[in-house]
Ligand binder design. Structure first.
Ligand SMILES: Nc1ncnc2c1ncn2[C@@H]1O[C@H](COP(=O)(O)OP(=O)(O)OP(=O)(O)O)[C@@H](O)[C@H]1O
Ligand SMILES: [Mg+2]
Length: 277
């Protein structure tokens, strides 16, 4: 998690799409990574940006979070221009990178209290306890983060990014390297965020992650968004599948989750549903 700065509640009140991007271009020397990206992300939705390695997903996220300047084009986040109103953008967002940025020496609770203090929040202890509860980390809260699993670290990282209630959050490959159980835990946390009105832009290489989470999915390829729509719209791009009567085999993921006990993580519903689709 990147602690950007304190977030006044007034930033929640800006109207329009949460993210608006038009004609965005970015090159690194000769390498043209973004060649005219257009996209809009409605408020309170989960938007998945898909793309293969090197497609430019992290570059997009860095530009939207003001860490990198675009060459041309415009990008607005929470109504603010990333180039000319960077401070307002930073006050509106949080960014969780691919590698969890939590302090190993501290406990989970101490990490949260630290960020709450840095962001000048009142009652940092109460904020920490609330987030630990929301992310099912209450038991682990008093343990050093060095003893946490990858999924626990990632959940703590996301929890830290929520302090101050930023209206827009960026998650760059939030479940990379996590096992299926931990991924489901992170997915659940992300869904809860969107239900609470937060806009989430996440990048992923996992198609099932986009399928599970996103209201809209865009595919970044060769510097442009080549597809952008709901899952149903994307599926409609392909000809309807022929009906074949074959026995439905569970996927390896279904088997893995059944054996390790997905029910404990709240993933049972999803697993059952995917078996019957
Ligand atoms: N600072 C930099 N200088 C030069 N080239 C860079 C720089 N940052 C990224 N690139 C190149 O730009 C391209 C896009 O990188 P980016 O990290 O945005 O891709 P990505 O879609 O996030 O990939 P991944 O899925 O591997 O995370 C890659 O070819 C990468 O090597
Ligand atoms: Mg990346």
């Amino acid at each position: 998690m990147l602690t950007v700065m304190s977030i006044p509640p007034t930033t929640n009140q800006v109207q329009g799409p949460a993210i608006h991007v038009q004609g965005l271009e970015k090159s690194y020397q000769q390498l043209r990574v973004l060649r005219g990206v257009d996209l809009d992300v409605p408020r309170g939705s989960i938007f998945a940006l898909l793309g293969s390695n090197g497609a430019g997903k992290t570059t997009m996220v860095k530009i939207l979070s003001t860490l990198l300047k675009a060459d041309t084009g415009t990008a607005r986040v929470n109504g603010f221009d990333v180039a000319t109103q960077a401070t307002d953008v930073r006050e509106s967002i949080s960014l969780t990178g691919q590698f969890a940025a939590v302090d190993e020496i501290l406990t989970g609770r101490e990490n949260l209290v630290l960020v709450a203090r840095l962001r000048h929040r009142k009652n940092p202890g109460a904020i920490a306890d609330d987030l630990l509860r929301r992310f099912s980390l209450t038991e682990a809260g008093t343990r050093r983060v060095a003893t946490y699993s990858g999924g626990m670290r990632r959940r703590l990282d996301i929890a830290m990014s929520l302090i101050g209630n930023p209206p827009v959050i960026f998650l760059d490959e939030p479940t990379a390297g996590l096992d299926p159980q931990a991924r489901i835990e992170v997915w659940r946390a992300v869904k809860e965020l969107a239900e609470g009105g937060t806009t989430v832009l996440l990048t992923t290489q996992y198609l099932d992650e986009a399928e599970q989470l996103a209201d809209r999915i865009a595919i970044l390829h060769q510097g442009r968004i080549i597809v952008n729509g709901t899952l149903a719209e994307l599926k409609a791009l392909l000809p309807p599948a022929k009906v074949e009567y074959v026995e439905k085999q569970p996927s390896l993921e279904d088997v893995f989750l059944a054996v390790v006990g997905a029910a404990d993580t709240g993933g049972q519903d999803r697993m059952t549903r995917s078996n019957t689709e």
